[in-house]
Design a protein around this ligand. Structure first.
Ligand code: HEM
Length: 407
C-alpha cells in the first residue's frame, strides 16, 4: 500500500476530514516527504513552514507561479504568438525588484483605503443576500460567494461589474493551468484564454491612463509619473493581472470554507448570530482552521536539512500551510474550531515575511462583512442534508465547488 502522505499531490480528490488526517500523519511521521509524481517536497510542520517563508537567502519564491505540470512546447508557442508576458512581479519576484512594486501597490490596501471600501462592500453583500433570501434553499457558492469577491477586487481596480463572467472564467482557467494537473491537450485549449486575460489587463491600464479614476491602477500610474525606473506600465498591467487572480479565487474559496466549517460545527453559526463582536476573531480562526490556499511554494537555493531530512539545492517545496495551522506545537486542540482562540491570528494562511499576502486586510474585511450580514440576516441557515462535496481541482487552492444550504 502506498504511503498516505503521497496522496498530497492529488489532495483535491480527498474530503476535508481525510485530508486533515493525512496532514496529522505527515506532521508526526513524515514531516518532509518527496512527492515523485509532481516533483515537489511536501513540508508539513509549522516551525519548518514559517522558517522557510522567512529565510529568503536559502529559499526562493521564484517558482510560485510556475505550472505544476510544465507547459508543453505547443502551449509556450501559443503564448508567445499572443504576446503573453504575464510573469508575476510580486509573489514570484525576488528582491530587490519585488520591493519596488510592492511599496507602490500596497497603497491600495492601507487602512484608509479599507475604510472607503467597507460601505461599498457591505452594500454589495446586502444586495446579494436580499436577492436570494426568500428562496427555501440555494447553492451559496453560485448565488453569492463565487462572483462577489471578484466584484470587490473590481472596486479596487476600477473594473466594471459586467466583466465578472469573463474574469471568473479566465481566472478559473488560469488557476487550473498553474496549480492543477491538466493534460497537454487541456493546457493548449486553455492557452488562448490566458492570452485574452492578459490582453484585457494591458488594455485596462491603457484605458486608465486616458481616463484616470479613484482606483489602484490610476494611483500607480500617477506614482510612476512617466518614469519607467520608478514603475513601468508593464509593471502595472502585471499587478492588475496578479490581483485579478489572487484577489478573488482565494476569497471565494475562503468564504465558502468558512460558512461550511461554521455549519458543520454545531452551534457556531448561532454563536456568531448572538455575539457579532466575536466575528473578527472568528475570521482569523476560520482562516486558520480551513484556509483556501492549502499550500504555497519555495525553491531551495542550496542543500538544506529540514526536520532532519536532507533536501538538495534546486528542490521544489510545497509548504502545507493548512497542515502547519493544525500543529499542536502552536495551537491547543488544533482540530477544534474555537471562535474565541487567543492565538488564532498566528496562522500562516497568508504566508509570512517579505511576500506576506498584500490583500490580507481586504480579505479579512470581506470575510467579516460577509459573516456579519449572513449570520444576522439568515440566522437559521443550515447545510442541506446528504450532499457530497467536491473541491476545486488544484493542489494548492481549496474550496467546495457547491454549498447547498437551507434558509
Ligand atoms: C483568504 C484569502 C486569501 C488567502 C488565503 C491568501 C493567501 C496568500 C498567500 C499564501 C500568499 C503567498 C505569501 C508568501 O509567499 O509568503 C499571498 C500573496 C499575495 N496575495 Fe493573498 N490571499 C488571500 C486574499 C488576497 C486578496 C483579497 C488579495 C488582493 C486583492 C491578495 C493579493 C495577494 C498578493 C498581491 C500577494 C503577493 C504579495 C507579495 O509577493 O508581496 N490576496 N496570498
Amino acid at each position: 500500500m502506498s504511503c498516505p502522505v503521497s496522496m498530497l499531490s492529488d489532495n483535491f480528490k480527498l474530503g476535508n476530514a481525510e485530508l486533515e488526517s493525512i496532514y496529522a500523519t505527515a506532521r508526526a511521521d513524515d514531516p518532509v516527504s518527496y512527492l515523485p509524481d509532481i516533483d515537489f517536497w511536501a513540508v508539513t510542520r509549522f516551525a519548518d513552514v514559517k522558517s522557510i517563508l522567512k529565510d529568503t537567502d536559502t529559499f526562493s519564491c521564484e517558482i510560485a507561479m510556475d505550472p505544476i505540470v510544465p507547459f508543453s512546447a505547443e502551449m509556450v508557442r501559443c503564448l508567445q504568438e499572443g504576446n503573453f508576458a504575464g510573469k508575476s512581479n510580486l509573489v514570484a519576484n525576488p528582491e530587490p525588484s519585488h520591493d519596488r512594486v510592492r511599496r507602490i501597490a500596497q497603497r491600495g490596501f492601507f487602512p484608509k483605503a479599507m475604510v472607503v471600501l467597507e460601505p461599498r462592500i457591505r452594500k454589495l453583500v446586502v444586495d446579494t443576500i436580499v436577492e436570494f433570501s426568500n428562496e427555501p434553499s440555494v447553492d451559496l457558492v453560485e448565488v453569492m460567494l463565487y462572483e462577489l469577491p471578484a466584484k470587490v477586487v473590481f472596486m479596487l481596480l476600477g473594473i466594471p461589474d459586467e466583466a465578472v463572467k469573463n474574469v471568473k472564467r479566465w481566472s478559473d482557467n488560469r488557476l487550473l493551468l498553474i496549480f492543477g494537473k491538466l493534460t497537454k491537450e487541456q493546457q493548449l485549449a486553455a492557452a488562448h484564454e490566458l492570452v485574452d486575460f492578459w490582453q484585457y489587463c494591458v488594455e485596462h491600464v491603457e484605458h486608465k491612463e486616458k481616463n484616470p479614476g479613484s482606483d489602484l491602477p490610476s494611483d500607480m500610474l500617477a506614482a510612476r509619473n512617466g518614469d519607467d525606473s520608478v514603475l513601468s506600465k508593464m509593471d502595472i498591467a502585471l499587478t492588475v493581472f496578479g490581483l485579478l487572480l489572487a484577489g478573488h479565487e482565494t476569497t471565494s474559496n475562503m468564504s465558502a470554507n468558512a460558512v461550511l466549517a461554521l455549519l458543520e460545527n454545531e452551534g457556531r453559526w448561532q454563536q456568531l448570530n448572538r455575539e457579532p463582536g466575536l466575528i473578527p476573531n472568528a475570521v482569523e480562526e476560520l482562516i486558520r482552521y480551513r484556509p483556501s490556499v492549502v499550500a504555497w511554494r519555495r525553491k531551495t537555493l542550496m542543500p538544506v536539512e529540514i526536520s532532519g531530512v536532507k533536501v538538495p539545492a534546486d528542490a521544489r517545496l510545497l509548504l502545507f500551510l493548512a497542515s502547519a495551522n493544525r500543529d499542536a506545537e502552536v495551537f491547543d486542540e488544533p482540530t477544534v474550531l474555537n471562535l474565541e482562540r487567543k492565538n488564532a491570528r498566528s496562522h500562516v494562511s497568508f504566508g509570512y515575511g517579505a511576500h506576506f499576502c498584500l490583500g490580507a486586510p481586504l480579505a479579512r474585511l470581506e470575510l467579516q462583512v460577509i459573516l456579519e450580514e449572513l449570520t444576522q440576516r439568515l440566522p437559521d441557515l443550515r447545510l442541506a442534508a446528504s450532499q457530497q462535496f467536491s473541491f476545486v481541482e488544484t493542489v494548492q487552492f481549496r474550496g467546495p465547488k457547491a454549498l447547498q444550504v437551507e434558509l
